[in-house]
Design a protein around this ligand. Structure first.
Ligand code: ADP
Ligand code: MG
Length: 288
């Protein structure tokens, strides 16, 4: 039977916006030594803003933004939303054909009969589109039209106010290693990691690579040491399922992530993870 004290712990957690789906997860939090974060939407706001538009010679800024906005019409990715907001005009569905969103890459679609690609370096490489790598801080969305490079749009995200506290408080609790995994570019990942004092950053990862990183970490530690993974997106569900304790940011997180998680943080504050660990430690003292 489950000791009564666990209900107290789960109840106390729920009052502070932390939903724990079972006493075994509350218990596991006591032995957490590694915390692995997703970047976008977890440590950053996931609210991107377009900061520059850089068309190739054949296009104007307005044209480049228009192609990108059309390409991104159906995507629910925060990147897509920021491009549609910057465009600001209505986009009609009938101009699109053969829409295909490739996870961790971007979009391929026909816009007014022209083949448009909008995404990262991986997407451009897939189609052997050549271009010069821009030297800009921020997430870069490359655009190609009819297999020719058409320019890039830079967007940037902001670190959540609460994220520095989240990392600091975990270190105070004696967590051995704090890791960040991201599908975003290495420059962006490294910059966020450095600002927050994260121990290790792995960037340019596809969703399956995130699972592989968690598995490597699982194999390198002792059985008693537990790993938390914290994420928010649909992409994060396999990793949430694989970690000892999967935590979803429920504030703006996807339903799939909330469903797959063992613990749901109902606000957008990653520092609630250390609150949960503290509640677990208090509960263990009461129960045993
Ligand atoms: P994260 O791990 O930071 O949450 P994702 O795995 O969702 O990132 O995406 C990884 C990368 O794939 C993005 O940084 C972007 O370069 C590219 N990408 C994904 N979806 C889109 C999209 N709809 N439009 C353009 N690029 C995209
Ligand atoms: Mg994410």
């Amino acid at each position: 039977s489950i000791p009564l004290g666990f209900f107290g712990g789960i109840g106390a957690a729920s009052k502070t916006g932390i939903l724990i789906k079972g006493s075994n997860y509350l218990e596991a939090l006591n032995d957490v030594k590694y915390v692995v974060f997703d970047k976008t939407g977890t440590l950053t706001k996931g609210a991107f803003k377009v900061t520059s538009i850089n068309p190739a010679a054949e296009y104007s800024e307005d044209e480049l933004l228009e192609y990108a906005a059309f390409a991104e019409l159906h995507s629910t990715h925060p990147i897509a939303e920021s491009i549609r907001v910057a465009y600001g005009k209505e986009i009609s569905e009938d101009q699109l054909e053969g829409y295909n969103e490739i996870s961790g890459h971007g979009i391929e679609v026909k816009v007014q009969g022209k083949e448009v690609l909008a995404g990262n370096v991986k997407l451009m490489n897939k189609y052997e589109i050549s271009f010069e790598t821009p030297n800009e801080a921020g997430t870069v969305i490359h655009v190609a039209i009819e297999k020719k490079y058409a320019g890039y749009i830079v967007i940037s995200d902001e670190i959540k106010d609460d994220s520095a506290k989240a990392v600091r408080s975990l270190k105070e609790l004696g967590i051995k290693k704090i890791v960040m995994l991201t599908g975003d570019a290495k420059v962006v990942g490294d910059s966020v990691g450095k600002q927050l004092g994260i121990d290790e950053v792995y960037a340019e990862l596809l969703p399956q690579h995130k699972v592989e990183e968690i598995e490597k970490l699982m194999q390198s530690k002792s059985a008693k040491e537990k790993i938390i993974f914290v994420g928010d997106g649909i992409n994060d569900t396999p990793v949430l399922a694989r970690a000892d304790v999967g935590i979803a940011m429920g504030g703006l997180g996807s339903d799939a992530a909330i469903e797959a998680a063992d613990i749901v943080i109902m606000t957008d504050e990653p520092s609630k993870i250390s609150s949960a660990i503290r509640i677990a430690k208090r509960t263990r003292r009461i129960v045993w």
